[in-house]
Design a protein around this ligand. Sequence first.
Ligand SMILES: Cc1cc2nc3c(=O)[nH]c(=O)nc-3n(C[C@H](O)[C@H](O)[C@H](O)COP(=O)(O)O)c2cc1C
Length: 159
Amino acid sequence: MANTLVVYFSATGNTREAARTLADAIGAGLEEIVPAEPYTAADLNWRNARSRVCLEHEDRSMRPALARDPSPEGYDEIFLGYPLWWETAPRLVRTWLEGHDLSGKRLTTFATSSMSLRGTDGAQLHDSAPDADWVDGRRVAANVGAREVRTWANSVSRA
Ligand SMILES: Cc1cc2nc3c(=O)[nH]c(=O)nc-3n(C[C@H](O)[C@H](O)[C@H](O)COP(=O)(O)O)c2cc1C
């Protein structure tokens, strides 16, 4: 797909795997959103109420800084991938959304999760890029097949 970017964040590799398959399957660009502070295993421990992810989740205004902040310029269609954290996207996805002009760009989410579907459509993120042309996204398995993901991507694409 011409002018299509797959941009993703992945803390433990699952979303990276799905993003690579998607980008490869549709011939899109592939870029990773990288936090300034990488998430350690302790940071990701949701059972600890004082862990980094818990504190970030509780503070809705938290916007973690990015070390790599891919530009969407020049792309018409964007697939945005993230791991589901408490049935929504990690706060740094909003850092990325709010840092760029996404007006008029077709923006479709995909998310990996243990099992949840809620939050994969990206609806909760719309207020971080209100002028984007949002399309409801979906959950994907880390090891999603190229054919499945291509069929889906074609079905939501403008082209
Ligand atoms: C803080 C945290 C919260 C999570 N919350 C959910 C959840 O609500 N539902 C779910 O199915 N999986 C949840 N998971 C599991 C991740 O969504 C899943 O492992 C995902 O594939 C990780 O992607 P990654 O390897 O790209 O970081 C959570 C994981 C973490 C670390």
